[in-house]
Ligand binder design. Structure first.
Ligand code: HEC
Length: 147
């Protein structure tokens, strides 16, 4: 009998670990939306009014490395490994992740930058103009391409 309950305890512990792992990988792979479900359809449809040309991308890059301080959390390579990253859980987004690039529309990215998220992303709506935040969206898209 003691053996049986020991086995039971082991199985329960394994199940708990498996559940934790499943939760973590769902978060990593699926990227649940950061705006609430009722609002998601309209946010997803917001059109990017700024063409992703070299001028806009260069402007976004300048803010990313400059006054936006984005690199302090997201890192110089956009992988979410800047100097302040270890204080965040979940970590700052890795913009090179193809799954994330695919699942988010420009509108969702714009709203995340504007309003922040409940998981530590800061709100920049008061500090950067609409145009500057769209330039950032255009720059962030470049992480999904060549890197
Ligand atoms: C103080 C740290 C910090 C700074 C500075 C920061 N971020 Fe973030 N950012 C985070 C964290 C943490 C997350 C992950 C939050 C989450 O999972 O909801 C995140 C997530 C994001 C996301 C993904 C949101 C989504 O919908 O998946 C975008 C886009 C983003 N940041 C853009 C930026 C840009 C652009 C800047 C600079 C203007 C910036 N961040 C500056 C911490 C930061």
């Amino acid at each position: 009998m003691p053996n049986k309950s020991a086995l039971m305890a082991t199985l329960l512990a394994l199940a708990a670990v498996a559940a934790l792992c499943a939760g973590a990988s769902a978060e990593d792979e699926d990227f649940p939306p950061r705006v609430n479900p009722g609002r998601l359809p309209s946010v997803q449809k917001i059109m990017n009014p700024v063409a992703p040309d070299s001028v806009s991308i260069a402007a976004g890059r300048e803010i990313f490395f400059g006054k936006g301080l984005c690199t302090s959390c997201h890192g110089d390579t956009g992988r979410g490994n800047g100097p302040a990253a270890p204080s965040f859980n979940p970590p700052p987004r890795d913009f090179t992740n193809a799954g994330w690039q695919k699942v988010r529309t420009d509108g969702e990215i714009f709203i995340s930058i504007t309003e922040g998220t409940q998981f530590g992303m800061l709100a920049y709506g008061d500090n950067l103009t609409d145009k500057e935040r769209w330039d950032l969206v255009n720059y962030l898209r470049t992480f999904g391409k060549s890197r």
